[in-house]
Design a protein around this ligand. Structure first.
Ligand code: PLP
Length: 414
């Protein structure tokens, strides 16, 4: 077994935070989502493809802040553009700044479904806005969803504090299960305002799935048949799978789509884009406003990020890195003959453990991720990772080698 990391400062801050913040940490960043006692709890700084925790341990950051870091941490070109805006113009005003139009023009040029756009701050803002638009446009109530769409009342999995009436009209189907969706539409089709689906399947703690042939096309056909709005939730796939979204990669254009995460390399912005005919409800009968939605720093960051992604052909580079990493890890899995699967290539690498009757996987998984974090590779046991542009070939080779060492170490438990 490798040596346990020194995490005293993280642990101390966690104890302090328990008094200050309910649960100490919010949501998916809580220790039980990793391996408690083995993973750091606070990060102090980050640069490029690396992060440093509160105790000074440095890791290859393969979680990338759960997706926003597409190029790398502290990208000077992006940060400098933001600093210039802050210093030269300001960013929080009673009226909207002109950069809004520039960013909208850019998205409309790049994304097949985008005829118009609106900008919000988070992915949850964007998914909820898209649902409100769909309900207003169709005058229907029900929503059929597939995937994680954020923390708002209509879709969050943990129902504490939410009256049932706020989510009773949301139904769920599984990714790649067209038949399941067909059955739901047979029962409820006439009342369905929207089908919202992530174009890549990434259910928590399960393998990442790419669309089966005909799946996305079939979802589109069902939505059209019943007069429902088709929404692609591209919060994870947008500006990662393709500059035009997974919709462009897979050749299926939805009515609306939502973006966030990688769009601004870590700055908080979300976007809803879609057909003008549908988006126009925002001009007529849907109210969308927030004190901070028009703040321009994130818009500057998004435009600069997109400029760099295009200029340096970054998504192609990430794809290449991702396939190379996948080939290496798949070979390792074969050689070590461990009951694990690798999915998500090339964009969202994930090592999952095959569920066995004796439930050995429940021991193997934390043991594996313990070995890996001790070797300074930061991946999440229940969530796929990401590849960033600043991960060097050396970083990814190191990560693959550590995956091998960790698998061989836990093999001793079998
Ligand atoms: C597919 C998807 N949709 C929506 C969201 C919500 O975005 P946010 O956390 O920015 O509110 C997420 C966040 O992980 C997501 O992965």
């Amino acid at each position: 077994m490798s040596e346990k990391l020194k995490l005293e400062k993280s642990e101390k801050m966690y104890q302090e935070a328990l008094e200050l913040i309910p649960g100490a940490i919010l949501g998916i960043r809580r220790p039980y989502n990793f391996v408690p006692g083995e993973y750091p709890i606070f990060f102090d700084s980050a640069r490029g493809g690396k992060v440093i925790d509160a105790d000074g341990n440095e890791y290859i950051d393969m979680l990338c802040a759960y997706g926003p870091i597409i190029i790398g941490h502290r990208e000077e070109e992006i940060d400098n553009a933001v600093i210039d805006q802050m210093r030269d113009k300001g960013f929080c005003m009673s009226l909207t700044q002109p950069i809004q139009n520039k960013l909208a023009e850019k998205l409309i040029k790049l994304i097949p479904s985008a005829e118009q756009c609106v900008f919000v701050k988070t992915g949850s803002d964007a998914t909820t806005t898209s649902i409100r638009i769909a309900r207003a446009f169709t005058n229907k109530l029900k929503v059929i969803r597939c995937g994680y769409h954020g923390w708002h009342d209509w879709c969050v999995e943990v129902k504490g504090g939410i009256p049932e009436k706020l989510y009773e009209d949301t139904l769920e189907f599984h990714y790649n299960d067209l038949e399941g969706l067909e059955n739901l539409m047979k029962q409820h089709g006439d009342d369905v305002a929207a089908i919202i689906v992530t174009p890549v399947g990434h259910p928590l703690a399960h393998e990442v799935e790419m669309p089966k042939p005909g799946f996305l096309e079939g979802v589109k056909e069902l939505a059209a048949k019943h007069g429902s709005v088709l929404i692609f939730d591209e919060i994870r796939s947008g500006f990662r799978v393709n500059m035009g979204g997974a919709q462009k990669e897979f050749g299926v254009t939805p009515d609306l789509s939502v973006f966030g995460k990688a769009m601004a390399n870590g700055y908080p912005i979300g976007a809803v884009v879609g057909k003008k005919e549908i988006m126009q409800v925002l001009a007529e009968k849907v109210f969308l406003s927030s004190t901070f939605f028009p703040n321009s720093l994130e818009q500057v960051a998004a435009l600069k990020t997109i400029e760099i992604l295009e200029r340096d052909n970054i998504l192609e580079v990430i794809k290449e890195k991702g396939y190379k990493f996948a080939a290496k890890v798949e070979k390792i899995i074969e050689e070590t003959d461990m009951p694990v699967r690798f999915s998500g290539a090339p964009w969202m690498p994930f090592i999952t453990f095959i569920q066995d009757e004796a439930k050995l996987y429940k021991k193997l998984r934390p043991a594996f991720y313990t070995e890996l974090i001790r070797r300074k590779v930061f991946l999440q046991p229940f969530h796929h990772g990401y590849i960033a542009y600043r991960h060097s070939d050396k970083d990814l080779e190191y990560a693959a080698d550590m995956i091998k060492e960790s698998l061989l170490e836990i093999k001793k438990m079998m």
